[in-house]
Design a binder for this molecule. Structure first.
Ligand code: ADP
Ligand code: MG
Length: 718
């Protein structure tokens, strides 16, 4: 009897087979070369030329055996996407008889440093054109990998990207700097706390990624999706997400097949993806990995997004990472689960089994809260994007006000610490607080507050307000810098108390109490979507930054960004450059969206409405001789409705065209941004509303754009 089920390999047999990381280096490299590499990683020593040469040979041999023909330095410019420039391994070798021979070659310097012709990556004025050159350098902490193609594969070398004077031109560099900074300050603090053997502290990250998946041929028939990644118009379908049947529903067959292919590919690339499920909106899904060191997790998230796009093509689908592709339906976010662990692998945000571990846990929680409290404005700025402006505050995603949720169990403990209980920090009083029972909370943690932008979820914080298209490095490096500063101040506080001979546990308790008190206003347990919270937040003096225009301006405030400079995560120039790039990109993105809406109105909506009006008017002449009055007046009503909408569209279009031209003509980019956000957005919304009303009045034979119904529901049938 034949077996119907074709054999499927267990993941463990091929996980990471397209990667070359430390494990493979240890296996394949000569001992001294490997130890030189480790010194580079651990102490920041320079990799010797000889070692680089040895490593590059080993990598090339591996890659060529795997079928790689090209290599590239793979990096993350400030555009938030990834970039690469491919070079073939081949070099020409001249033999005696001057015949050309080609061999595969890959030198140590090609591994370590590349010089892409990157003059058109945004640098925010940091690179003047005469030195318009960016450099990439291998980041050996992240595994090298192979991206497979149809006829040949490409070896990708995760790299940082910087300018001539060493300025970071990417998002990985500040992330790496921030991880170093957290590690240094947290280690110092933990030593004071009594963890004398602590050597380093790692930032961990698990990024849950939401996305939409739609039929590719529909997307191709929607100029707005092609130009902007979202629909700039489109009437709602009769069915949206009101049945609440999509979330955790069974995954449609076509989508499941896509997910399987994506996962196989990601497993080969060493990305530990773990969870897949439907999301709230129709045709919306989520994938979540097992957490890793933040730098690798950030690379893996970028790789995941790229892989999604690539594999979707194969399945005749298009993957949308836009924060709000469809009006009236939930948009997509990216939950950044963040924590810290020491070199023994203990999670610092996990309650432990001893009073000491639990004191440490409470202190670290308080340190993080203080960091979020002090830098809520800049944290808000890190999640500012054109897409997220549609999502934040829309009763589907956290509001634009940063607050932190701890859960009722911890709130109770925090309250009693603040009130001065357990001041002695004796074992008995700690037990009294319930602190020694902490391990139970992670399991019983059911009262999650889904509306919180920054929620503690048992053993980690979840930064939920991040947009789906974002590069996770950005919110993480800012959070890290804030936390590093907070650890540093906490260490100083402890040092002072210990110098006054305060017993250590008591000193830690005192520190925790002070930090909790100082950061109290950032803690909020209620419904973040409610209008009362807005008023309450105002009373508490928390920054309320409703849109990207107000949020990004925070980056111009020298006091607000000082912590980034002090922790050496970004220099003053780098922050300024980033501000320019973010604002400029914001403007360009919005202008493309507005331009697309104007074009669609002119070339699709108005002509379709005009044709419909002619048709309907013709019906009028038929009715004139034949029918009774009620029918005639119904017809007149329909004609009037169309004429009204027609008039509104023409007026709105002209308003939008005017403001578009006005913005286009301005030199001052901040003024452009302000007018776009404050004046253009309401006009654009009005035009869209009229277009959506027209769509409902126009016959299917005249409306050429795929509708929401088609785009969103065809794949949900299995
Ligand atoms: P939840 O039910 O809260 O969503 P999961 O266990 O499903 O919890 O985890 C959600 C995400 O959080 C996953 O990507 C997971 O790997 C990540 N995560 C779990 N623990 C940590 C940690 N210590 N640091 C960073 N991320 C973590
Ligand atoms: Mg989650």
């Amino acid at each position: 009897m034949s077996n119907d089920i074709s054999p499927i390999l267990p993941v463990s047999e091929y996980f990471g087979e397209l990667t070359f990381g430390l494990r493979q280096m240890r296996e394949k490299l000569p001992k001294d070369a490997f130890s030189n590499l480790m010194k580079t990683l651990e102490k920041g020593d320079k990799l010797t030329k000889e070692t680089a040469e040895v490593i590059s040979q080993v990598i090339k041999d591996w890659a060529v055996t795997k079928g790689a023909t090209h290599f590239c330095h793979w990096f993350q410019p400030m555009t938030g996407l990834t970039a690469e420039k491919h070079d073939a391994f081949i070099t020409i070798q001249h033999s005696h008889h001057s015949e050309l021979r080609v061999i595969e070659r890959f030198s140590g310097s090609q591994l370590i440093q590349g010089e892409p012709d990157a003059s058109s990556f945004p640098s925010g004025g940091m690179r003047s054109t005469f030195e318009a050159r960016g450099y990439t350098a291998w980041d050996p902490t992240s595994p090298i990998f192979i991206i497979t193609g149809e006829k040949g594969h490409t070896l990708c070398i995760p790299s940082v990207f910087f300018g001539y004077h060493g300025h970071a031109l990417d998002n990985k560099t500040p992330l790496l700097r921030s991880m170093t900074s957290v590690s240094k300050e947290a280690t110092e603090f933990l030593k004071l706390l009594g963890d004398l053997d602590c050597k380093s502290v790692q930032t961990t990250l698990g990024a849950e990624q939401e996305y939409f998946l739609i039929e590719r041929s529909y997307a191709f028939a929607r100029p707005d999706i092609i130009m902007t990644g979202r629909t700039v118009l489109g009437a709602p379908a009769p069915r949206g997400q009101q049945l609440e049947d999509h979330y955790f529903g069974s995954i449609p067959a076509r989508v499941k097949s896509f997910m399987e292919d994506v996962e196989i590919e990601l497993f080969k690339l060493g990305v530990p993806v773990k969870t897949r499920h439907n999301e709230v909106a129709p045709s919306q899904y989520e994938i979540a990995p097992i957490f890793e060191s933040a730098n690798i997790a950030a690379d893996h998230n970028a790789l995941t997004m790229e892989t999604f796009k690539r594999i979707a093509t194969r399945h005749g689908l298009l993957c949308l990472f836009h924060e709000k592709p469809f009006k009236g339906l939930n948009g997509s976010g990216k939950h950044c689960n963040w924590s810290l662990s020491n070199d023994k692998g203990e999670n610092l945000l996990e309650p432990g089994t001893t009073p000491h571990q639990n004191l440490r846990f409470l202190a670290v929680c308080a340190i993080v809260l203080k960091a979020v409290h002090d830098h809520a404005g800049v944290l808000r700025a890190t999640i500012a994007s054109p897409g997220n402006d549609h999502r934040l505050g829309g009763n589907e995603a956290p509001p634009a006000i940063i607050s932190a949720f701890m859960g009722s169990f911890l709130e109770k403990i925090f309250d009693s610490i603040e009130q001065g209980h357990a001041a002695q920090a004796t074992e008995a009083s700690i037990i009294d607080l319930g602190v020694n029972h902490l391990p139970k909370i992670s399991k019983d943690y059911t009262d999650r507050n889904r509306t919180s932008p920054f929620a503690f979820t048992g053993n980690k914080f979840e930064f939920r307000a991040v947009g789906a298209s974002a590069n996770v490095s950005v919110p993480v490096f800012v959070l890290n810098a804030a936390v590093a500063e907070s650890f540093k101040a906490a260490a100083q506080y402890l040092k002072d108390l210990l110098a006054q001979k305060t017993p250590r546990d008591e000193a830690v308790m005192q520190l925790t109490r002070t930090l909790l008190k100082e950061s109290r206003s950032i803690r909020f347990e209620g419904n973040n979507y409610s209008t009362e919270w807005r008023e309450e937040a105002q009373r508490r003096g928390l920054p309320i930054l409703d849109n990207s225009y107000s949020a990004l301006k925070v980056l111009k405030n020298p006091q607000a960004v000082e912590f980034l400079i002090n922790s050496k995560v970004l220099s003053h120039e780098e922050i300024q450059a980033r501000y320019h790039i973010l604002v400029e990109r914001h403007i360009k993105t919005l202008m493309i969206e507005v331009g697309t809406l104007m074009e669609l109105t002119r070339s699709h909506v108005l002509p379709a409405l005009e044709s419909q009006m002619i048709e309907t008017a013709q019906v009028g002449t038929i009715l004139a001789s034949a029918t009774a009055n009620p029918v005639k007046s119904a017809h007149t009503h329909r004609m009037n409705e169309m004429s009204n909408v027609y008039g509104q569209i023409i007026t709105s279009l002209s308003d939008v065209e005017k403001i578009h031209a006005e913005i286009d003509g301005l030199d001052d980019f901040e003024k452009q941004m302000q007018i776009l956000v404050e004046k253009a957005t309401p006009l654009v919304d009005k035009l869209r509303d009229s277009c959506d009303r027209a769509e409902i009045l126009i016959g299917a034979h005249l409306w050429k754009l795929p509708k929401y119904r088609e785009m969103l529901f065809t794949n949900t049938l299995s």
